[in-house]
Design a protein around this ligand. Structure first.
Ligand code: ZN
Length: 149
């Protein structure tokens, strides 16, 4: 178990330092902004969707290592998913990081690297910021979302 934990920590550090899918997405058709006032994390998420499928994902912004790693892992998990699958992943991930179970049978893959965050309640919002922003983008919200609203 200790080895698995170390592996997970390495993955978070790696994604925090070298986020995947970071940058603008010129042909994006959906965008949303998110803010976590507790930590100061900001994210702008860009999605390209077609026929209910997320074809591409990029994000920009500045935040702590956890929020950056979470957004990076999320961006990898979303490509090729339907919007329904993305919503199910969010529900599963949210349950995981808030200590409410392992995701109702939704395979979370690498996202489980953030399971240890349950031990640090103040950081849970860092980990979920990208996901709240994702849901706002899919729902066509135009106002920036805050983890405190
Ligand atoms: Zn943070």
């Amino acid at each position: 178990m200790a080895d698995l934990r170390e592996l997970y920590q390495e993955m978070i550090v790696d994604h925090g330092r070298r986020p995947r899918n970071f940058g603008p997405l010129p042909d994006a058709n959906r965008h949303a902004e998110g803010f976590n006032p507790l930590c100061g994390d900001r994210i702008t998420l860009h999605l390209r969707t077609r026929d209910g499928v997320i074809e591409d994902v990029r994000f920009e912004g500045a935040g702590c290592a956890i929020s950056t790693a979470s957004a990076s892992l999320m961006s990898e998990a979303l490509k090729g998913r339907s919007e329904d699958e993305a919503a199910a992943l969010f529900a599963g991930f949210h349950a995981l990081v808030t200590g409410q179970g392992g995701g109702d049978g939704v395979p979370l893959g690498k996202l489980t690297a953030l399971a240890g965050i349950t031990e640090f309640p103040v950081r849970v919002k860092c980990a979920t910021l990208a996901w709240h922003t994702l849901m706002a983008a899919l729902q066509g919200e135009t106002e920036p979302v805050s983890t405190e609203s």
